[in-house]
Write a protein that binds this ligand. Structure first.
Ligand code: CAO
Length: 438
């Protein structure tokens, strides 16, 4: 029996990738879980294993091809016998569903169908009726969104891309909506790619003014570019700035360093921020949420992603349940995950499930920046370089260590006052960690 192998739902908010190598050839015998292709997404490289044992019948991709979730990669002739009806269980269900839907059609429509004999009406009448049927169907789908045939991953993608699923025409079996349908639909009204191409074509010939060279855009860069563009275009970002006086905290950090060093670790600002932000997310639940137009999903677990600068591009590994972990455990996990990200050893699982992100550029420099939210999250904390500054304490000028922080948040979920309160709360705790004990 022939089975199609499709690109699976690889990771949260990943909709495409590039085939880096095809690991089998036509005619090869493959076993269950045997890697078939290697794919690179903006989050990581991974193998796609075979769900079946059988013989490779057809290969539809080659190294370098860009593929989308749900796209067919190859066909495998499995050792299973053809089912009686020659249908997959899923397809059978859809067939039954379709039949049920037809049976449930209002009797007026059935009667109307009888009258619809060719030649009995003009073309424009036919068009009008087709349009009004389409409109009826649309209203029906809007009333009962759960009846729209689409997998949970496709629904999630539609929410992230701000696509109304009831308006998308499905191209899968039983009119099932695929990730590709959602993508195509989202591209239609915006005509964004077309505009971008036109803009690129209109670039002047820079070589007229001086020497130039061309650098091919690498996969991770291109996919990151697409994702940040989508985030920037669909999420109304606001960025709030504040500063924390971390003089006392820095003293504590230096004093604690010896006990961390004994375990081969370093206590850094990022590890401390993981701890403090974990508390902040518990206190301000809206920052630990996702938005899907109909509701705000509040999460009761506290997973925080940390942006890591790696030679292959930006990666965001996730530290889980930060509120249950000590500073020592957080420092150890941060060190391990940042190392794995840089060494290309991070797994997809370790890159998923974040509720909030910390992006610390302070080790490099900068006084402030406006970080871009990682959907489906609703906020991200930017950390710039802590610096020693003269600060008045009453009439007295003192030398203090000041840490600049910026918080970008989704204004559909969080109002400005809450943004300011959240960031101020973090600053207050950094200035006086003992206040947490109150
Ligand atoms: N202000 C001043 N100094 C800072 C600092 C800050 N905000 N943050 C870190 N530092 C210092 C550290 O104390 C350390 O100093 P020493 O070498 O003297 O001990 C040095 O900078 C390097 O720190 P680190 O990077 O090893 O450790 P970290 O835990 O603070 O950061 C990580 C870990 C993964 C966040 C960081 O290495 C990194 O990759 N940052 C880049 C994040 C990024 O690219 N964000 C942009 C995303 S959007 O494009």
């Amino acid at each position: 029996m022939k089975k199609e192998i499709k690109v699976p739902d690889i990771a949260e908010s990943v909709t495409s990738g590039v085939i880096t190598s095809v690991l089998v050839s036509k005619g090869d015998h493959v076993s269950v879980d045997q890697p078939l292709v290697e794919i690179e997404t903006e989050k990581a490289s991974t193998d796609i294993p075979s769900p079946y044992a059988g013989v490779v019948d057809e290969i539809k991709v080659k190294a370098g091809d860009e593929v989308k979730v749900n796209q067919v990669l190859m066909v495998i002739e499995t050792e299973e016998k053809e089912k009686e009806e020659g249908q997959e269980p899923e397809q059978k269900d859809q067939g039954t569903q379709k039949k049920k839907e037809e049976d449930a059609e209002p009797s007026v429509d059935k009667g109307q169908k009888e009258k619809d004999k060719p030649g009995k009406e003009t073309k424009s009448e036919e068009n009008k009726r087709a349009e009004s049927k389409e409109e009826e169907d649309l209203q029906e789908r809007k009333k009962h969104p759960s009846l729209i045939p689409a997998a949970p991953s496709v629904r999630r993608l539609a929410r992230e891309m701000d696509v109304d699923l009831s308006r998308v025409k499905g191209s899968g079996p039983g009119d099932r909506i695929t990730a590709e349908d959602v993508q195509k639909h989202s591209e239609r009204p915006a005509e964004q790619p077309e505009k971008e191409t036109t803009a690129a074509e209109k670039l002047p010939d820079f070589s007229k003014f001086g020497p130039v060279s061309h650098e091919k855009i690498q996969t991770i860069r291109r996919i990151t570019a697409e994702n940040v563009t989508r985030s920037w275009q669909t999420i109304p970002h606001v960025t709030q700035f504040d500063e924390a006086d971390i003089t006392n905290l820095e003293n504590f950090r230096k004093q604690s360093q010896a006990s961390f060093e004994k375990k081969g670790l370093k206590l850094t600002v990022t590890a401390i921020l993981l701890k403090v932000t974990g508390f902040a997310l518990q206190k301000f639940p809206r920052f630990n949420a996702s938005f899907n137009h109909e509701e705000i999903i509040l999460k009761h677990y506290f997973n925080i992603g940390v942006a890591v600068d790696t030679p292959q591009g930006l990666l965001v590994p996730v530290i889980r349940d930060v509120n249950t972990k000590s500073l020592m455990q957080l420092a150890a996990e941060l060190d391990e995950l940042a190392g794995k990200s840089r060494d290309k050893k991070i797994s997809l699982d370790e890159l998923q499930g974040g509720n909030f992100t910390i992006s610390n550029l302070g080790g490099i420099g900068g006084t402030a920046f406006t970080p871009i939210i990682l959907p489906p999250q609703v906020a991200i904390l930017g950390v710039s370089r802590a610096a020693s500054r003269p600060v008045y304490s009453g009439d007295e000028l003192q030398q203090r260590m000041i840490l600049p922080l910026s918080l970008s948040y989704d204004h559909r979920v969080i109002d400005g006052a809450d943004g300011a309160r959240f960031l101020r709360w973090i600053c207050d705790v950094l200035e006086d960690p003992w206040s947490l004990l109150n």
